[in-house]
Design a protein around this ligand. Structure first.
Ligand SMILES: Nc1nc2c(c(=O)[nH]1)N=C([C@H](O)[C@H](O)COP(=O)(O)OP(=O)(O)OP(=O)(O)O)CN2
Ligand SMILES: [Zn+2]
Length: 125
């Protein structure tokens, strides 16, 4: 079983190597979907849950969304393609969110990147 929670943030970027319009400063309303899997807690406040949506929300906002929202991504990430942004998000989120299975980052309404645990691009697994 897997649970998912979605977040949004607004950010600007430049893709310096892109041959087209994306080499110019522009922005996106990003949608980030975070998927967590694992067994159900058997007792305590998260009994019957893989993880409390409230806890996921708190962790994702603290570790990722607050850092990226209304920012120029080039100040944080070299060549901030959707792929590089997703890797940055994973590296900042995984240590604080056990059970993180997958993130999906929608850059536009029609374009997204999916990153799953075990992907060789994620350093250290
Ligand atoms: N593999 C990638 N390709 C592109 C990225 C990226 O991060 N990874 N980024 C961009 C641009 O930053 C931007 O996302 C534009 O993408 P595009 O899908 O071309 O956006 P449009 O809305 O203009 O596309 P439509 O043709 O209107 O659907 C480019 N490529
Ligand atoms: Zn872009």
């Amino acid at each position: 079983m897997q649970i998912r929670k979605a977040f949004t943030f607004e950010a600007a970027h430049v893709l310096p190597h892109h041959p087209g319009k994306c080499a110019r400063l522009h922005g996106h309303s990003y949608r980030l979907e975070v998927a967590v899997s694992g067994p159900l807690h058997s007792d305590g406040p998260a009994a019957g849950m893989i993880e409390d949506f409230e806890l996921i929300s708190r962790v994702v906002k603290t570790s990722v969304v607050n850092a990226l929202d209304h920012r120029s991504l080039n100040e944080l990430i070299d060549n901030p393609t959707a792929e590089h942004i997703a890797l940055w998000i994973w590296r900042h989120l995984a240590p604080d969110l056990p059970g993180l299975k997958q993130i999906t980052l929608w850059e536009t309404r029609s374009a997204c990147v999916v990153l799953r645990s075990g992907d060789p691009l994620i350093g250290g697994g």
